[in-house]
Design a protein around this ligand. Structure first.
Ligand code: ATP
Ligand code: MG
Ligand code: MG
Length: 350
């Protein structure tokens, strides 16, 4: 059997490993941290940093194909691995999604709607950006942000100084605040043969910048959902993409606005584990391994709830709930804001 190399040892790497092993693959994890969620289930764990080129080369040579569970892999590491094995999804998807400015520019150039945005490097460019975009708006670091980290909200122009200080001089974009009706996301996949499959759009609720719940079906008109799926397909094809992609949208009366894309399996796609024959993790493994994509059609209505921090206290009750499928990440210590697991609830059809 062949081995799939996964960069990153968090819960996404863990669930990718489980899916891969179900299809008869072995998995190898590259992760600087020692005891990580993916290392508990993968066949191999190479513990080294992304600046350790020798270790990366060893890792690349020990696998048949490379994928990843997070998009912030340093360019030098990718350059080294690229020489050895195919990286799927490819470099272009990574380059674009590593930087919010590049990402938003790419989406706009594809003809898609984004929030108004402007680049910010210092007080002068922020003042300029506020001039054109106004407030309310959000200052976001261009790189490394997740779960709402690296963001500062401006309700009035006078908030500029404080927002800039909060980001500690990191290159940023100022984004106009979108007055959305709701948020949805599409998890879609593209295979090596260029075929595309999409899961039903999920309706997302965030709290404090962190995903709280995803519900399927979304309570939106079909034309909105179709538009979202077609948009995801457009992005996949534009990137000549291989693997699963997450696309986050704001739904507004003026149409869909793309918030951001993630070149990997996505938290808002976790409902597929109990709502579909082929879930997002298997779909990603299929694509990366050059298999045909599976059938991602939805057989059940699901509400996915993230278990964050102290939510873990609910586990005994959830474990006793016959309508709940529990997915725990095996993280040793609970911290506020830390994703510890998720619960998929079967919603009875009426
Ligand atoms: P993720 O963990 O999804 O990668 P992130 O740190 O990249 O999160 P965003 O997706 O940019 O953060 O923002 C998190 C949430 O904050 C969004 O899902 C949305 O609820 C809110 N938000 C972000 N940008 C805007 C905006 N321009 N207008 C309104 N709300 C926004
Ligand atoms: Mg993000
Ligand atoms: Mg997001």
């Amino acid at each position: 059997g062949s081995t799939i190399g996964i960069l990153g040892g968090g819960q996404l790497g863990r669930m990718l490993s489980v899916a891969a092993s179900r299809l008869g693959f072995k998995t190898a994890i590259f992760e600087p941290g020692g005891d990580c969620p993916a290392s508990h289930v993968a066949n191999f764990h190479l513990q080294a940093g992304y600046d350790d080129i020798k270790a990366l080369e060893k890792f690349g040579n020990s696998v048949d194909v490379l994928t990843y569970e997070f998009e912030n892999i340093p360019t030098e590491a990718l350059d080294a691995l690229d020489q050895i094995r195919p990286i799927r999804p490819g470099r272009e998807a990574l380059r674009i999604s590593q930087d919010r400015l590049t990402e938003k520019t790419f989406l706009r150039d594809l003809g898609l709607q984004t929030a108004p945005f402007a680049t910010v490097d210092d007080a002068a460019s922020l003042a300029q950006a506020i001039e054109t975009i106004g407030t309310p708006s959000i200052l976001k670091t261009r790189r490394f942000g997740y779960d709402g980290k690296g963001q500062a909200r401006l309700t009035k122009p006078e908030d500029a100084e404080e927002a800039l200080a909060a980001l500690q001089g990191a290159p940023a974009v100022l984004e106009g605040f979108v007055d959305f009706t709701c948020e949805i996301s599409v998890i879609a996949a593209r295979g090596t043969d260029g075929r595309v499959a999409a899961f039903d759009p999920g309706q997302n609720v965030h709290e404090g910048g962190i995903l709280r719940t995803t519900t399927v079906p979304a309570s939106l008109p079909n034309r909105v959902l179709t538009d979202a799926v077609l948009t995801a397909g457009k992005i996949l094809n534009a990137l000549d993409y291989i693997g699963v992609l997450g696309v986050e949208f704001f739904v507004t009366p003026g149409g869909l606005i793309v918030n951001e894309i993630a070149p990997r399996v996505h938290n808002s796609g976790h409902w597929t584990q109990n709502g579909c024959m082929t879930d997002q993790f298997e779909q990603h493994i299929r694509a990366v391994a050059g298999w045909p994509l599976g059938d991602g059609s939805r057989h059940s209505d699901i509400r996915m709830e993230n278990l964050i921090g102290d939510d873990m206290d609910r586990v005994p009750a959830l474990a006793a709930d016959p309508a709940c499928a529990l997915h725990l990440y095996g993280k040793a210590d609970t911290k506020p804001g830390r994703k510890m697991g998720h619960a998929n609830f079967l919603v009875p059809k009426d």
